[in-house]
Design a protein around this ligand. Structure first.
Ligand code: C2E
Ligand code: CA
Ligand code: CA
Ligand code: CA
Length: 278
C-alpha cells in the first residue's frame, strides 16, 4: 500500500502543479480585474407567472478579462472564494446592483427588484452585513427592492452566526431567497427557523418537467411546502412556454429563463424592458 501511494504521489505531482499554477494565474488576473474595473453585471428578468409582469432581475456577474472575452462566473468564482477575493468582488456586486436598480426606479420602473447572489464564503471572509448596508445607503435603494440569494449550504454550515444577520435584514425589508433549492443538503428544518421569502427551484428539476414524472412530483412538492410556509416559488431555467404553462398550473409564482430573456447587459436590459412595455 505504501509503495502504491508513493507511486500515485509522483504520478499526480505535475498535475497538482498545473492546478496550482492555474489558481495563481486566475487569482492574480482577478486582482488586476478588480483594479481595472473589468467586472460587469448582466441582468436576467424575473416574471410573475400569473400577470406576466416583470417583477425584477437577477444580477449575474461577468468578467471582461483583459477588456476582451466575457468570462462566466463558473470559471472564476471558486478561485475568488478560495483566494479571499470574493469579499471585494462581492462588495462591488452589491454596490453595482443597488446602483443599477436605483437607476431603473428613477427611469420609469419604480417597482423592479434586484436579486444578488451571495456565496457562503462571503459570510466568512467579508463583513457582509456592513457591505449590504453600505450598498443600500450609497444608492438610496428601497431595501424592499433588494433580494439576497442564499444557498442551502449556508444554512447547514454557519447557522449560529448568520441567524441574527438574516433577522436584521428581514426587519429592514430586504428579501431573502434560497437559490438552487432542492440540490443541497435538504434538511427542511431551517425553513422553519429562518423565514425567507422565496424558494428558487433549481433548473435541473425544470428542464424535463413536461416528460419526467419524478421531476414534476418534486416541483409540486416544493410548491406545496412553500405555500404551507407562506413562501413564494420561482422556477429557474424556464426555456419554453409549455414549461411556463405547466408551472403556472402547478401554482408556481414566478419564472426566470431563456423563454423570457438571457442575462442582458444593463443597456440591453433597459431596451428589453421598453420593448416589452411598448
Ligand atoms: P445561478 O445563481 O443558479 O444562476 C443561474 C444560471 O443559470 C446563470 O448562469 C444563468 O445564465 C443560467 N440560466 C438562466 N436561464 C437559463 C435557462 O433558461 N437555461 C439554462 N440552461 N441556463 C439558464 P451564469 O450567469 O453563468 O451563473 C452561474 C452561477 O454563478 C450562478 O448560478 C451563481 O451561482 C454564480 N454567480 C453569478 N453571479 C454571481 C455573483 O455575483 N456572486 C456569486 N457569489 N455568485 C455568482
Ligand atoms: Ca442565483
Ligand atoms: Ca440558481
Ligand atoms: Ca444553479
Amino acid at each position: 500500500a505504501k509503495s502504491a501511494s508513493q507511486h500515485s504521489y509522483r504520478f499526480f505531482e505535475p498535475q497538482m502543479n498545473l492546478a496550482l499554477r492555474r489558481f495563481v494565474e486566475t487569482r492574480d488576473a482577478l486582482r488586476v480585474g478588480l483594479e481595472q474595473a473589468e467586472f460587469e453585471l448582466y441582468y436576467q428578468p424575473q416574471i410573475d407567472l400569473l400577470s406576466g409582469r416583470v417583477v425584477g432581475a437577477e444580477a449575474l456577474l461577468r468578467w471582461r478579462r483583459d477588456g476582451q472575452r466575457l468570462v462566466p462566473p463558473d470559471d472564476f468564482i471558486q478561485v475568488a472564494e478560495e483566494s479571499g477575493l470574493i469579499a471585494s468582488i462581492g462588495r462591488w456586486v452589491l454596490q453595482e446592483a443597488c446602483r443599477q436598480a436605483a437607476i431603473w426606479h428613477a427611469s420609469g420602473w419604480p417597482h423592479l427588484s434586484v436579486a444578488v447572489n451571495l456565496s457562503a464564503a462571503q459570510f466568512r471572509q467579508a463583513d457582509i452585513e456592513q457591505d449590504v448596508a453600505a450598498a443600500l445607503d450609497a444608492s438610496g435603494l428601497d431595501p424592499r427592492c433588494l433580494e439576497l440569494e442564499l444557498t442551502e449550504s449556508l444554512f447547514m454550515q454557519e447557522v449560529e452566526s448568520i441567524s441574527e444577520m438574516l433577522m436584521g435584514w428581514k426587519a429592514r425589508g430586504i428579501q431573502l431567497a434560497i437559490d438552487d433549492f432542492g440540490t443541497g443538503y435538504s434538511s427542511l428544518a431551517y425553513l422553519k427557523r429562518f423565514q425567507v421569502n422565496r424558494l428558487k427551484i433549481d433548473r435541473s428539476f425544470i428542464a424535463d418537467i413536461l416528460h419526467d414524472e419524478q421531476d414534476r412530483a418534486i416541483v409540486q412538492g416544493v410548491i406545496q411546502i412553500a405555500r404551507g410556509l407562506g413562501l413564494q416559488t420561482l422556477s429557474e431555467g424556464v426555456e419554453t412556454s409549455r414549461q411556463a404553462a405547466q408551472l403556472r398550473r402547478m401554482g408556481c409564482d414566478m419564472a426566470q429563463g431563456y423563454l423570457y430573456a438571457k442575462p442582458l447587459s444593463a443597456p440591453q436590459f433597459a431596451s428589453w424592458l421598453r420593448h416589452r412595455a411598448g
